[in-house]
Design a binder for this molecule. Sequence first.
Ligand SMILES: [Ca+2]
Ligand SMILES: [Ca+2]
Length: 102
Amino acid sequence: MTNLLISMEIMHDVFKTYAKRDGDAETLSKRELKELIQAELPGFLEKCASKEKENEEKVKQLVLGLDEDEDGKMNFTEFVIFLTAVILMIHGFEPSPCQKTK
Ligand SMILES: [Ca+2]
Ligand SMILES: [Ca+2]
């Protein structure tokens, strides 16, 4: 397998690992998304907010902003869009979502 295919497989595995925690393996709840971001994207939330309550608000805004099917959760398609935004942000093609919300 190529590095790109391996990377995509890992992204799907990470999604599944966190999504199944509440018994619904098809979607990430806000709590699951927060756990995923804190463990897999360290520093991402902290850059946006210093307090726990502000982090929760940030996750809520992330889910709402990407929630195409408006179910209050993040499915894999929405997660891929989120990851795309993070990749673009990391490489400087997009401003940080922390700056956008101000
Ligand atoms: Ca879930
Ligand atoms: Ca959704």
